[in-house]
Design a protein around this ligand. Sequence first.
Ligand SMILES: Cc1ncc(C[n+]2csc(CCOP(=O)(O)OP(=O)(O)O)c2C)c(N)n1
Length: 323
Amino acid sequence: MRNAPSTDELKEIHHKMVVTRELEEVLGAYAKEGKTRGPIHRCDGQEAVGVAACVALRSDDYVCTTHRGHHVYVGKGLTARGIVAEIFGRETGYCKGRGGHMLLGDVTTGMLGGNAIVGAGIPAATGMALSIQILKQDRVAMVVFGDGAAQTGICHEAMNMAGLWKLPVIFVLENNQYGLTVRQDVQSPVADLSIRAAGYAMPGEIVDGNDAEAVYRSVAAAAERARRGEGPSLIEAKTYRVKGFSTSDMGGYQSEEEMAPWLERDPIKLSAEKLAALVGAETVSAIEAAARAEVASAFEVALADPFPTFEIHAPSAAYSESK
Ligand SMILES: Cc1ncc(C[n+]2csc(CCOP(=O)(O)OP(=O)(O)O)c2C)c(N)n1
């Protein structure tokens, strides 16, 4: 059993959370100048969920995520350079510049994709878990999805199947309390979405999504359970989206009073305090400086990378015959 993060893992989590935050800060600035391909969906304040959940898994486990997935990409081990190159459409990007920030994937790290279709990662991970079960592999699949995605029909179909067949899948419901501009309490008749787990015969748990260690512990326990063949788990990580829906959001629907306590409980701040007590403030500062330097270098290198070249494919025989 490995249900608590080691000090090295806490350092790794902190490093990856700072990489994610810095990456999004710089991306936000580029988006403001109109230099990104479309809006960017930032996960500020939610870094602990995606990063700690991924660090709790093994490198050959499968993960998929949403349109707001930078923390999951970084958590699963994708490099800042490859992510930036993808977002700016370069040949060196993870999908050779064809995907962009919502659709990034990398088979080698088991990061099987962001997804712009709300809720679509949920059946995808369930399918991955089914393949793991059929192939008798020692792996788990995990999906990170939002409270809005939890309201889709496919979410319930997938969870039902996962519960019935005891599939090795971890459902991480990242409850940031908004689906686009709509508050969670007007999307759902229940406040705690994790209670739905009972309907699918799986454990449902609420964790503090701003506490990286709590997220890690919960996911690690769910992964152990899945590897023992005991089936899926639903983890509701309560957090808050401290930025708008995307960089194109006009805002105005989230009050400062509502946001203040969440800004106070910033996951990076909480992680820095915990880590400093373990390894000292100087080490924490060094981790943060290294993360920022990594991101600065990623932008410098990736933005000098070449764009892909596109060639027109020869039409196939069926379409080339003149009628
Ligand atoms: C099937 C589908 N319906 C609607 C949309 C438009 N849309 C994009 S994000 C979003 C809200 C998703 O909310 P949530 O899952 O809570 O994620 P969050 O953006 O809050 O992180 C909607 C409705 C979409 N992309 N796909």
